[in-house]
Every structure is written in C-alpha cells, then in structure tokens.
Design a binder for this molecule. Structure first.
Ligand code: HEC
Length: 200
C-alpha cells in the first residue's frame, strides 16, 4: 500500500469515526413518550454536567457519568435521583430552583426548559438507566472529531494545518515565531535536541 492510498484510507476511517460519533439532536418530548436514557438524557448530562461531575472532576462529591454514583448522593447527602419523584430529586432542584443553591450548570447558561423537562420526565418514568449504557466520558473515549483549523494571520508561515494551530497559539501568547534558520544552524539545533550532541 503506498502512502497516498494509506492516507486516503485513514481519511475515510476518521470520517467514519466522526459520523459514528454524531449524537442524535436533543429532541422535544411530550410527557407520554418514553424517554430513552442514552438518546435523550445522557447527551444533556454529557454536554452540561460532565465537565464538573464526570470522570475527571467530582465537584460536589458525585459523578453523573456512572450509574452507582448518580443514584447515590453528593456532599449534601440528599438523593440526586429518586426514581418516580423528580420533584424531590436534588438533580432537578439544582437545575431549576435558584433558592436551593447556585443553579447548575455552575458556569453557564441554565438548562433550556425542554432539557429540564426531559430530565424530569425520565425520573418520573422511573429513571431507567440501562447497565449497558456506555460510560464514554473520559476524553480518551470521546469520538475523534476534526477540529476547525484556525485562521492564521500569516498564511505564508503556514505550510501544514498543524502550523496554523502552532502559529495561533504563539501569537495568542503574545509572541512571534522565530525567523527561519540557515541550514547549518538548523541542523545543529536538531542534532542537539535529538541526540544531545552537536553534529559532526
Ligand atoms: C462548572 C462546574 C459545574 C458544572 C458544569 C455543573 N456543576 Fe453541579 N456542582 C458544581 C459544584 C462546584 C458543586 C458544589 C457546590 C454547590 O453545591 O453549589 C455542585 C453541586 C451540584 C449538586 C449538589 C450536590 C450535593 O449533594 O450537594 C447537584 C445536584 C449538581 N451540582 C447538579 C449538576 C447538574 C445536573 C449539572 C448539569 C446540568 C451540573 N451540576 C453542572 C459544579 C458544577
């Protein structure tokens, strides 16, 4: 397999992974329709809560990324989810009742009415959380997505998309890239960096 074919295969593969990673949009639900944990509830938690109550952070003493933890309690020792009783579930209180404490998510816009409704209906319907539901929360398990390439100011400096990220980062930190070196100095630096010795 030559390099071009290999590159093409990799592109198709990553496009495939990206497509698989697309999540179903959060849909409006009426009270009667059955809420599906993985389709409706988990995307809301993933988008709005996991950055503080997920695999990497356990603010307030609980995670919403794991079933046992989510059905337990946090620092206040009040039940987060009481199946069949959304009104008494702390998870609901804290997203809709500002008198109960700082509204969650702590760092952003409050949840949309539609999203709160989904969480409530799910809990009132018995909070069915299938054991098979993937945790898929640690960054290592997130689907691979191709990031947008930043618009670098100096396009002549950018030879590959990676350079655009590097240049933007350098400039955002208030620096300019060092000028390009002549070949001899370049080789000296590369050699020192790679093997710790000057070139012969
Ligand atoms: C930016 C970080 C952050 C985000 C995002 C966030 N939280 Fe919190 N959450 C906290 C912190 C910090 C606490 C502990 C302090 C407090 O209770 O206000 C907390 C506490 C809580 C508690 C109270 C736990 C207890 O037993 O006292 C609940 C319930 C809660 N969060 C639910 C949520 C839900 C649901 C979401 C998503 C919709 C969410 N949080 C998003 C930071 C966050």
């Amino acid at each position: 397999m030559n390099t071009v074919t290999l590159t093409k295969c990799l592109c198709f593969l990553s496009a495939g992974i990206m497509l698989c990673g697309l999540q179903a949009p959060i849909q409006a639900v009426d009270r009667k329709s059955e809420i599906d944990f993985e389709k409706h509830v988990q995307p809301i938690l993933r988008q709005h809560c996991f950055r503080c109550h997920g695999e990497s952070h356990e603010k307030g003493g609980f995670r919403l990324s794991r079933k046992e933890a989510a059905f337990g309690t946090g620092d206040s020792e009040e039940a987060l989810i009481i199946p069949g009783n959304a009104a008494e579930s702390l998870l609901i209180t804290r997203v809709q009742d500002a008198d109960a404490g700082d509204l969650m998510p702590l760092d952003g816009e409050p949840l949309a009415e539609k999203e709160i409704q989904i969480l409530k209906t799910w809990i009132n319907q018995g909070a069915n959380w299938p054991d098979s539901a993937a945790v898929a929360t640690h960054w290592a398990y997130e689907p691979i997505v191709r990031p947008d390439i930043p618009e670098a100011e100096d396009q002549s400096w950018v030879k590959t998309p990676v350079d655009a990220f590097v240049l933007t980062q350098i400039q955002e930190s208030g620096f300019e890239p060092a000028p390009e070196l002549d070949r001899a100095r370049w080789l000296r630096r590369v050699s020192l960096a790679l093997i710790g010795l000057p070139p012969t």
